[in-house]
Design a protein around this ligand. Structure first.
Ligand SMILES: Nc1ncnc2c1ncn2[C@@H]1O[C@H](COP(=O)(O)OP(=O)(O)OP(=O)(O)O)[C@@H](O)[C@H]1O
Length: 615
C-alpha cells in the first residue's frame, strides 16, 4: 500500500493511547503494582542524596552510634530495594510481553479477516511489518508514557521537593530549563512522528522485497535477475538508511538542544551553590546532597525529551495499526435486497415461499444480474463482471469456459464470497453469500488455480481444518483425487513432509492434494478453478470421472481451458469480456456455431496437429 497512513498523523493522541492501553486491562493488578513499585527506584535515587548528606553531617558530629544506626538502615533498605527492583522488572516485562502478544494476535486475526480485495491492496511485507514492528513500537509507547514518564515525573517532584527544603531559590533555578525543554519537544514532535511513519513504511517495503525475492528465487535465478533485485534491494536499503539517519539527527538535535539548556542551568546553579557555601548558609552534607539532587531534577527533564521522541514513534505505529483496524472485516453483508432475485434468471415474483425454498434447495448457486467492479488507483473503476445471471442445479457439473481474462476466476470468487458483487445478488445454498460467509464456506470447497500447501505433512495439508475425519475418509478422499498412489510412494506416506509451499511435490501432485483436501470437507458444492491444469489429459479425465462417480450429489463448477476436461459437463457456460455469452450442452453450443464452437475447433486442430507431429 502506498503511503496513505502518514495522513493519519493528526489523529487524536489520547484515543491512540487508550487503544493500546486497553490491552493492559487483563493484567490490571500486575500493571498497577509494577507502576507503584517504581517508588523503589525513586527511593533509591533520592535516598542516595539523603544518605550522603546524613553520613557527612554525622561524621561532622562524630556520633558513632548514629553512624552505626544509619549504616544498618541503609543495609536493610538496600536489600529491600533490590527485591522491589526485581519484582518491578519481572512484573513490567511480563505485562509488556503479554500485552504485545495479545495485540499481535489481534492484528493477526484482523489480517486474516480482511476481505480478499483489501488483502490485495496491502503488500505482504507491509502486513507483516504491522503485525511485528508496529505492535512492538506501539507497546513501547506504553512503556514510555506510563513507566518512563511516571518515573521521571515522580523523581522530578520528589527531588525538587527535597531541594526546596534545602534552598527553595536554588530549586527554582534548577527547574528553569523545564519550559525551554517543553518548547523544544513541541518543535520536534510532529516531524518525528511523521518521519517514524514513513520509516515504518520503508521498512515494510524492504521486508516485502526480501519476502518476494525468497518466494520467487527460482525465477530470480533462471531469469538471471540477481543483480537487478540486488540493485533494487540496495536502493531501498539506501533510502531506509537515509530515513534512519534523518530520524537519528532530528532526535540528536532535539536531545542536544535540551542538553545545552541544562548545562547552562547547571553552571548557574553551581555559581549559586558556591555563593551560598561562601556565605555559610549550607552545611557540607547539604552541598553534597544538593549537587546530587541537581542531577536528579535535571535527568528526568532530559529523559522526558527522549521519551517524547520514542512516544511519537509509538504513536506513528499506533496510527498504522489503527488504519488496519479500521479496515472493514469480511463479515459485513452486501446490503442487497433478496427481492432483486425476482427479476433474475429463475426469479418468479408470483411463486410461494415453499416453492422458493424448494427451488433454492434444488439450485444451490444462483447469480442474479451480478456485477463485479474494482477500484483502480487514479483511474475510473474497472468492470470485471457485468450482468451475470445463472443458476446451477443440485448435483450438476457446470463448466465455465472462455478466453483468458474473460472473468471465469472472478465468477468463482464471487460464488465463494472472496469478492463482493458490486450490484445484483449472489446466492449460494439459498443464502446471500456476503451475509452468510461462514455457513456457506462450511459447505463449499474452493480449489484455486495455484494450490497453496502449508509447511507440514501430507496428512496435515489434506485434513486442514477438518478435525472429525477418519483414516478411511482421508484415504478415500486421496483415492478419489488420484493422490493416494503417489502419497504412498512418498518417504513417510501420509506423514511425509511437503516442504515450504509444497516445494517437494510436482505441480500435478499439489493439485491432486488440493482436490483431496477439498472433498474431505464433505462439501455440497466444489468450485474448481483450472484445478487439474497441471495434469496430463488422461489423468485429468480420470480425476474428473472419479470425482463425479464418488460424489454424485455434489454440485461441481469447473473452470477450464481444456475442452477434453469438460466433456462430461451437464452444461457449459461461455464467458467473454466479463459477460456470459453462451450457455447450453456441448451439442447445443456446437450447433450455435459461436465462440464455444470456435474455441473447440481451435483446440481440436491443435491436438490433431500435435498428434501428426508426434507420429
Ligand atoms: N483485483 C483485481 N484488480 C483489477 N483487475 C482484476 C482483478 N482481478 C482480476 N482482474 C482482471 O479481471 C479480468 C478477469 O480476470 P479473471 O482472473 O477472472 O479471468 P479468467 O477468465 O479466469 O482468466 P484466465 O483464464 O487467464 O485465468 C482480467 O482482465 C484481470 O486482469
Amino acid at each position: 500500500m502506498s503511503l496513505p497512513d502518514t495522513e493519519l498523523a493528526g489523529r487524536n493522541i489520547s484515543s491512540r493511547f487508550w487503544a493500546v492501553m486497553k490491552y493492559a486491562k487483563s493484567y490490571k493488578a500486575a500493571f498497577v503494582l509494577s507502576v507503584l513499585l517504581l517508588a523503589a527506584d525513586i527511593v533509591y535515587d533520592v535516598g542516595y542524596a539523603w544518605v550522603q548528606q546524613w553520613f557527612i553531617d554525622a561524621a561532622g558530629t562524630r556520633d558513632i552510634d548514629r553512624l552505626l544506626m544509619l549504616t544498618g538502615v541503609c543495609f536493610a533498605a538496600g536489600i529491600a530495594i533490590i527485591i522491589f527492583f526485581m519484582l518491578q522488572f519481572y512484573l513490567r516485562n511480563s505485562v509488556q510481553s503479554f500485552m504485545q502478544r495479545d495485540m499481535s494476535v489481534d492484528v493477526f486475526r484482523k489480517i486474516t479477516s480482511l476481505p480478499y480485495p483489501s488483502v490485495l491492496r496491502y503488500h505482504t511485507g507491509d502486513l507483516v511489518s504491522r503485525a511485528t514492528r508496529d505492535v512492538q513500537q506501539a507497546n513501547g509507547m506504553i512503556a514510555n508514557i506510563v513507566y518512563e514518564l511516571s518515573y521521571n515525573v515522580a523523581l522530578f517532584a520528589v527531588a525538587f521537593g527535597y531541594l526546596a527544603t534545602i534552598d527553595w531559590r536554588l530549586a527554582l533555578v534548577v527547574t528553569a530549563s523545564a519550559p525551554v525543554i517543553f518548547f523544544i519537544g513541541r518543535l520536534f514532535d510532529k516531524r518525528l512522528r511523521t518521519l517514524g511513519q514513513v520509516q515504518q513504511q520503508k521498512d515494510a517495503e524492504v521486508r516485502g522485497l526480501l519476502q518476494e525475492t525468497m518466494q520467487g528465487i527460482s525465477i530470480v535465478r533462471l531469469f538471471q535477475l540477481e543483480s537487478l533485485f540486488t540493485g533494487k534491494y540496495e536502493r531501498r536499503r539506501k533510502e531506509q538508511n537515509r530515513l534512519h539517519m534523518r530520524q537519528a539527527m532530528l532526535q540528536t538535535t532535539m536531545n542536544q538542544s535540551v542538553y545545552v539548556t541544562n548545562q547552562l542551568i547547571t553552571i548557574a546553579c553551581a555559581f549559586f551553590t558556591a555563593h551560598l557555601a561562601i556565605q555559610g548558609t549550607l552545611t557540607a552534607g547539604q552541598i553534597l546532597a544538593f549537587l546530587v539532587l541537581i542531577n536528579r531534577v535535571q535527568s528526568p527533564l532530559l529523559s522526558v525529551i527522549n521519551t517524547w521522541g520514542n512516544f511519537q514513534q509509538g504513536l506513528g505505529a499506533g496510527d498504522r495499526l489503527a488504519a488496519l483496524d479500521e479496515e472493514p472485516s469480511e463479515a459485513g453483508g452486501n446490503g442487497l435486497a433478496r427481492e432483486q432475485m425476482a427479476s433474475g434468471e429463475s426469479g418468479d415474483s408470483n411463486s410461494s415461499p415453499e416453492t422458493e425454498a424448494s427451488k433454492r434447495a434444488e439450485e444451490p448457486i444462483r447469480l442474479c444480474r451480478a456485477a463485479a467492479v474494482v477500484p483502480v488507483e487514479g483511474k475510473a473503476s474497472k468492470v470485471l463482471l457485468s450482468d451475470i445471471s445463472l443458476t446451477v442445479r443440485k448435483g450438476e457439473f457446470l463448466a465455465i469456459v472462455g478466453p483468458s481474462g474473460a472473468g471465469k476466476s472472478t465468477a468463482l470468487r464471487l460464488c465463494s464470497g472472496l469478492i463482493k458483487p458490486s450490484s445484483g445478488l449472489v446466492e449460494v445454498l439459498g443464502l446471500p453469500v456476503q451475509e452468510h460467509l461462514d455457513a456457506i464456506r462450511q459447505r463449499t470447497s474452493y480449489v484455486p488455480q495455484t494450490p497453496y500447501l502449508f509447511t507440514g505433512t501430507v496428512r496435515e495439508n489434506l485434513t486442514l481444518g477438518v478435525e472429525d475425519y477418519t483414516e478411511e475418509e482421508m484415504v478415500q478422499a486421496a483415492k478419489t483425487a488420484l493422490a493416494h498412489e503417489f502419497i504412498e510412494q512418498l518417504d513417510g506416506g501420509y506423514d511425509a513432509l511437503v516442504g515450504e509451499r509444497g516445494g517437494t511435490l510436482s505441480g500435478g501432485q499439489k493439485q491432486r492434494l488440493a482436490i483431496a483436501r477439498a472433498i474431505i470437507r464433505r462439501p455440497e458444492i466444489v468450485l474448481l478453478d483450472e484445478s487439474t491444469s497441471a495434469l496430463d489429459m488422461r489423468t485429468e479425465r480420470e480425476v474428473i470421472h472419479a470425482l463425479l462417480e464418488a460424489l454424485p450429489d455434489v454440485t461441481f463448477v469447473f473452470v477450464s481451458h481444456r475442452m477434453t476436461a469438460i466433456e462430461r459437463a451437464d452444461r457449459i457456460v461461455v464467458m467473454e469480456q466479463g459477460g456470459l455469452v453462451e450457455k447450453g450442452t456441448h451439442a447445443e453450443l456446437m450447433a450455435m456455431d459461436g465462440l464455444y464452437s470456435m474455441l473447440y475447433r481451435i483446440q481440436q486442430d491443435q491436438s490433431e496437429a500435435a498428434s501428426t507431429t508426434e507420429s
